[in-house]
Each structure stands twice: as C-alpha cells, then as structure tokens.
Design a protein around this ligand. Structure first.
Ligand SMILES: Cc1cc2nc3c(=O)[nH]c(=O)nc-3n(C[C@H](O)[C@H](O)[C@H](O)COP(=O)(O)OP(=O)(O)OC[C@H]3O[C@@H](n4cnc5c(N)ncnc54)[C@H](O)[C@@H]3O)c2cc1C
Length: 404
C-alpha cells in the first residue's frame, strides 16, 4: 500500500466546511474567550449540534476526535482514506480558527478517542454521544504514565476509585471522564485500566480550574475521586491483567490521539503563517516561490524556511493518520508526527511574531495568542522529549526498560 499525498476528493467538502466554521464561528470569538478564561463558550453548543447533525447524516465521517475507531474492514478493502485522515484534516482547519475552542468542542474530547480506541461494541454504543475528557496525569507524575497511583478496587459489580487527577482538559465541562487507574500497583503497567466515570457520580468532584498561558478557552481541572463507585461495565476493554500485553492496550489510545494533537499544531502554525504572509505583503515583502531563498529578503527567506518545516509536520501527520486508517502499526509515526508538529508549532508561531514585529506582539491581532496557544501542543499527550524517546526505542528496537 502506498500513500497518496493529495487531499482525498471525498474529504475536501469536510475540510471546506471546517474552514468556514473556523473562520466564521471560531475566529470571531477567539479573543473573547482568551480573555474570559473559565467562561463557557455558549456559541459552541450550536456548532456542536450542527456537527452532530452532519454526523447523523453521515456527511462528516471523522469531523472531530470521535471518529478515530479503527475499521476492521479497512485491510480487506485495501488502501483506505478513513476517519483518522478526515479527523486530522478537519482538526487542522478548526485549529486554524482556534485551538482552545476546538479543545472544548462538546462531544469531541480526547476521552472520546480513548473510548473509540479501546471500548468494546456494547460500550461504544452505550457511550455514544457522551463528551469525554481524559484523566491520566496525577500530582506525582506526568510523563511517566506507568506510575499511576489512582486505585480501582473491585467490589461486586462495581469498582471503587480513589485518587487525584490534575490538568484534565474539559474536566469540568465534559459529561464523563476516562480515568486511568491501577487494579494492582504491584502488577505494574499491565494492571492499568481506564474507566468511564460519568459526571455527577458520587465521590467524584472537580476541585479547581487552572489559569493558563494559552488555550484559555479550554477548561483544565483538578478532579478528586474519593471512594467513587463506578459500574464494572465501565472498565474499557478487558478487565484481565495480561502481563504479556503489558501497557499496550492503554497505550493504543495514544496512537490515535497523537496524530490529532499534531494536527492541532499544524493548524495553529498555518494560521500564523497565513496572517504573517499578509503582514509581510502589506510591508511590501512578497514571497517568491520561483526564486531561491538566498536571492530574497531575509524575511522572505525565513518565511520559506518556516513553510518547509510546516510542510514536513503536515506530511508526517497525514502519514500517521493514514496508517491508522489502514491498520498499520503507527506508534513510531504517531510520535514522529507529534514531535515534529509540536516543535514546529511553537517555532513557527514564535518566529511569525518576530517577523510581524510590534504587530506580532500586540493584542490587536492574534499572532501573540497563537504563540501562547501552540506551546501546550508540544507538552500534552506526551512531551517533545517523550516522543523522541519513543521514536528512539522503535528505531533501536529497545524496550522501555532498556532505554529510559
Ligand atoms: C493545559 C494542559 C492540559 C492538559 N490536559 C491533560 C489531559 O486532558 N489529561 C491528562 O491526563 N493530562 C493532561 N495534561 C498533563 C500533560 O499531559 C503533562 O503535563 C505532560 O504529560 C508532562 O508531564 P509533567 O508536566 O508532569 O512533566 P514531567 O513529566 O515532570 O516532565 C518535565 C520535563 O522533563 C522531561 N522529561 C520527563 N521524562 C523524561 C525522560 N525520560 N527523558 C527526557 N526528558 C524527560 C519532559 O519532557 C519535560 O520537559 C495537561 C497539561 C496541560 C499543561
């Protein structure tokens, strides 16, 4: 199978739609919710209803983070452009509009990707339409997700959860939270399972919301689980502790979510490049694609270099999503895409501020905001360093114990 890098025809209408939404619905409220941190963007309810309508009509396969279930039939049918590719391409457009607002889009949480990745068919049906946040990080760890100390103890038909989760995106607004907890700490990684906990379940409470550098439209919560009883049927995937499989089940989620986060960075960086191109043009600096960079002004040459870097991030992101659609193992490519796009997202947005000068730094335009918003995309769902570590392990064929 080989990838065709042209945008697939059947996905183009979805991309156009997402671009229109980003331009006409997200951009106009972008600054408002950057300044009104913790205020719920009510405008998104209408938008979410529209996306649901499209999904019901089948017109928007993979309009958001919910469309990432791996299609078992894909391999039989051969080369496939499916929900993962559609998701990354539409998320790029939405994040061209606003990353924070995209992250807080109802029913499009990262927890939805976790459900899509590991839920069985019954669970998938039962949790259809829920808006799910994802809670992995705890006060004692971030990168080292094998160090989870939130516990899940079986008691009849229920599990009892105890622990504290921090920095949960959409933790307050979502309908449910996918919580990672250990069934038995002494059994290591294999005992880590994820549980869907519905909002309002006794014993679960949002303790506080964070104030942040960027993506301020998105709520980030601390959630406490204090003897929180969850139906046993809400454990996603198999309840068995399979030491051979280890962490693989839970980690499979990341193969689907990392391309999405990479796509967010690609979209945000594109927004900066587009606006900077206009700013440069107004200053009389045209970018000439037929002339070598060294024969153009320093600003134009810098711009060309940023675009080349952006394109590499874009292509790696497409590749990782396309592999997921075609059921090819994509852990390494998902990490490559996330590492490249996360880094490029920050580099491009900051260099664009530099190129635009005072206009870049001023709140009259959005360049400074994009510089702040993009940084998180190089941190959550695995930092730059962690992605590089994963890629190194895959390239060198070393286990996580052998290369830390
Ligand atoms: C706005 C925001 C939203 C978030 N949303 C969520 C969410 O929805 N759900 C969730 O579960 N978490 C979320 N997080 C948490 C996020 O995933 C963690 O912050 C991230 O995993 C890094 O963990 P840490 O902050 O504890 O840093 P640490 O793990 O302490 O790392 C600190 C630094 O050390 C580096 N480092 C760590 N280990 C290694 C190593 N082995 N080799 C080389 N360098 C290393 C890291 O790259 C980093 O630069 C969010 C965080 C933020 C800021």
């Amino acid at each position: 199978m080989s990838i065709n890098l042209e945008t697939p025809k059947k996905i183009r209408p979805l991309i156009d739609q997402a671009h229109q939404v980003a331009m006409n619905m997200l951009r106009p409220i972008s600054r408002k919710y950057d300044q009104a941190e913790h205020a719920y963007p009510v405008e998104l309810d209408m938008l979410a209803a529209m996306i649901d309508g499209l999904a019901d009509s089948g017109a928007s396969e993979g309009a958001g983070a919910t469309g990432v279930r791996r299609d078992e039939k894909a391999v039989e049918k051969g080369n496939k452009n499916g929900a993962n590719l559609a998701s990354v391409l539409s998320i790029m457009e939405m994040c061209w509009g606003d990353v924070g607002l995209t992250l807080t889009m109802p029913r499009q949480g990262l927890g939805n990707s976790a459900i899509a990745s590991v839920a069985n068919d019954e669970q998938l049906k039962r949790f259809e339409g829920t808006w799910a946040a994802m809670a992995i990080t705890e006060p004692s760890f971030g990168s080292d997700s094998a160090a989870i100390s939130t516990t899940a103890v079986k008691d009849g038909d229920e599990y009892i959860l105890n622990g504290e989760k921090i920095f949960v995106t959409s933790g307050e607004r979502a309908d449910s939270v996918v919580v990672w907890a250990t069934l038995d700490k002494s059994m290591g990684r294999a005992a880590i399972k994820s549980f869907v906990v519905t909002k309002g379940t006794p014993g679960m409470r949002v303790e506080r919301l964070e104030h942040k550098l960027g993506i301020r439209a998105s709520d980030t919560a601390v959630i406490i689980f204090d003897n929180c009883r969850v139906p046993a049927a809400n454990l996603l995937g198999s309840p068995e502790i399979d030491t051979k499989q280890g962490f693989a089940g839970a980690m499979a989620t990341f193969d689907n979510t990392r391309p999405l986060v990479a796509a967010m960075a690609v979209g945000c960086a594109r927004a900066s490049l587009d606006l900077t191109r206009d700013v440069l043009a107004q200053a009389g600096i045209e970018i000439d694609y037929d002339k070598p960079a060294y024969a153009q002004s320093a600003a134009a040459a810098t711009f060309l270099q940023l675009e080349a870097d952006w394109e590499a991030a874009y292509l790696l992101t497409l590749q990782s999503a396309w592999m997921a659609d075609n059921r090819e193992p994509n852990s390494m490519e998902a990490s490559m895409a996330k590492a490249k796009a996360g880094r490029v997202g920050s580099d491009v947005t900051l260099r664009c501020i530099e190129l635009a000068g005072t206009l870049g730094y001023s709140e009259t335009d959005l360049l400074e905001k994009w510089g702040r918003d993009s940084k998180i995309l190089d941190i959550f769902e695995g930092t730059q360093q962690i992605q590089q570590l994963i890629v190194a392990r895959r390239v060198l064929n070393l286990s996580s114990a052998e290369l830390k």
